[in-house]
Design a protein. Structure first.
Length: 283
């Protein structure tokens, strides 16, 4: 399709019309966020166990001392030799996410049904460092509707595979009770996988954003002020200095070509993001 070429006046008119539609979408997204905050919680009664690098962990252990937990369900069935390529695309962005979520009382972890030995080998092949545990021989994936029995597949699921990607969010109270709060599967993943968007799935993050009067027209994102403080390490931020964090050069990991290069420091990426945010910070 070839786009129409117009004068500046006609372009500006079309842009303003689109801007009005974008603002309406933002208002609808804000309303959806309020509905998400009002969702009832489901108590987790079953005692799940997960295989991790240092042994067996419970669901409570996965919180790692925090009160909120985001689980990414990575498609990796027990009989597969490697993980899902689409999930791998998402996972290439995971290593930088946990530290930002941790400072908002959120722990991030990845869970798959494959045995831990397969997960660990694939994780090393891909060069990832984010937390990833195995729910092999447990009902966890089935209970949260990201894995399916042969009978369920035979009944006519839209996708003829045993496992699916998704997000599950859990919250833990002072008594150690765990609750399932929000799931995200299918098309919902496309907007929830960005760090700011994934954090809005968490109850406490949503409450902070909804009450922050400096967050202009963007209740489905973390506030500009919070982003600026976190990215720059300004006073009040507990984020470690960006000068201490680097990324390794890209490597060829088997199923796709990686671009040549020597890599770049994480500091450069954070500094660039912070400068953009600073220019739009409300006065």
């Amino acid at each position: 399709m070839r786009n129409q070429v117009v004068s500046h006046e006609d372009w500006l008119k079309a842009r303003l019309e689109l801007l009005a539609a974008e603002k309406e979408f933002t208002r609808q997204r804000d309303a959806l966020t309020r509905r998400r905050m009002a969702m009832p919680w489901e108590r987790v009664e079953k005692r799940y166990q997960f295989e991790a690098p240092n042994g067996v962990l419970s669901l409570v252990d996965l919180f790692d001392g925090r009160s909120q937990l985001i689980v990414y369900h990575f498609m990796f069935a027990p009989d597969w030799e490697e993980g899902c390529k689409s999930c791998s695309f998402w996972a290439d962005n995971f290593d930088g996410i946990p530290i930002h979520l941790n400072h908002r009382d959120v722990t991030f972890t990845v869970i798959s049904r494959a045995p831990f030995a397969k997960i660990d080998a694939y994780k090393k092949r891909m060069g990832w460092s984010f937390p990833w545990v195995s729910s092999h021989e447990s009902d966890f994936n089935f209970d949260y509707h990201v894995s399916f029995t042969p009978e369920e597949i035979a009944e006519g699921r839209p996708i003829d595979v045993s496992d699916e990607q998704g997000i599950s969010v859990f919250c833990k109270n002072e008594n150690g009770e765990v609750f399932h709060t929000i799931p995200a599967t299918g098309a919902a993943l496309t907007w929830s996988m960005a760090p700011t968007s994934s954090s809005i799935l968490c109850p406490k993050a949503a409450m902070r954003i909804a009450s922050n009067s400096r967050c202009y027209g963007c209740a489905a994102m973390i506030s500009i002020e919070a982003c600026y403080v976190a990215l720059t390490g300004a006073p009040g931020s507990r984020l470690m200095p960006v000068t201490t964090r680097t990324r390794e050069p890209p490597v060829d990991r088997g199923f796709r070509m990686s671009p040549p290069g020597t890599g770049r420091t994480y500091r450069g990426k954070l500094a660039m993001s912070a400068s953009r945010i600073k220019r739009t910070e409300p006065k």
